[in-house]
Design a protein. Structure first.
Length: 216
């Protein structure tokens, strides 16, 4: 059983790597970011509470996030393991997770420079209609500014703007980076170079877990 935590700066590729490792191990990748964005889009009470924080690049309050995670881990698909992507983000959240009796197998920290993060995120584009993802450099649409799938306008998410990305990086270094020392003391931390191709990073991550990568 693998109960994994993945963290790193915003835009480090945690979500992409979580999906790959989820497929390899047959366990769910649980992204708090995706859950929060879905709630914001649906204008749920939790989404409305979280919206002002995400748009300014701040962290969503612990009580909101912890409530979401606690409920999610009781679902049947988590019985054989899970991957937490984007949680915990602070030491109090990590302590709350431990107090829930959740045993963690490994914690992977993806290391990416601030400059690379700004370049990655400021180039991301999202379809305004179907939410398909693109990047101006790494995955451009066939027609600039238009979605290949449905032809709708591509937009920049507010939290991908350069000023917001820089604010999020400051928050990460202040609030989340201390988790490396927290989990290192528990002998759970493995550090993975998050720069390079998706395949290269996947290989490093799975090697850190003692697994040979197949069919990425």
């Amino acid at each position: 059983m693998y109960n994994l935590i993945m963290f790193g700066p915003p835009g480090a590729g945690k979500g992409t790597q979580a999906k790959i490792i989820s497929k390899q191990f047959g366990i769910p990748a649980i992204s708090t970011g995706e859950m929060i964005r879905a709630a914001i889009k649906a204008s749920t009470p939790m989404g409305l509470a979280a919206k002002s924080y995400t748009e300014s690049g701040s962290l969503v309050p612990d009580e909101v996030v912890i409530g979401i995670i606690k409920e999610r881990l009781t679902e049947d698909d988590c019985k054989n393991g899970f991957i937490l992507d984007g949680f915990p983000r602070t030491i109090p959240q990590a302590e709350a997770l431990a107090s829930m009796g959740v045993e963690i197998t490994k914690v992977i920290s993806f290391e990416v420079s601030d400059k690379a993060i700004v370049d990655r995120m400021s180039g991301r584009r999202l379809c305004s209609a179907c939410s398909a993802s693109y990047h101006t450099v790494y995955a451009p649409s066939a027609e600039e500014g238009k979605c290949d799938a449905c032809g709708s306008e591509l937009i920049i998410r507010k939290d991908d703007r350069k000023d917001v990305v820089e604010s999020r990086l400051l928050t990460y270094h202040r609030e989340t980076e201390p988790l490396k020392e927290f989990y290192s003391k528990l002998n759970l931390l493995v550090v993975v170079d998050g720069e390079g191709t998706v395949e290269d990073v996947s290989k490093r991550a799975l090697e850190a877990l003692g697994v040979v990568l197949h069919n990425v």
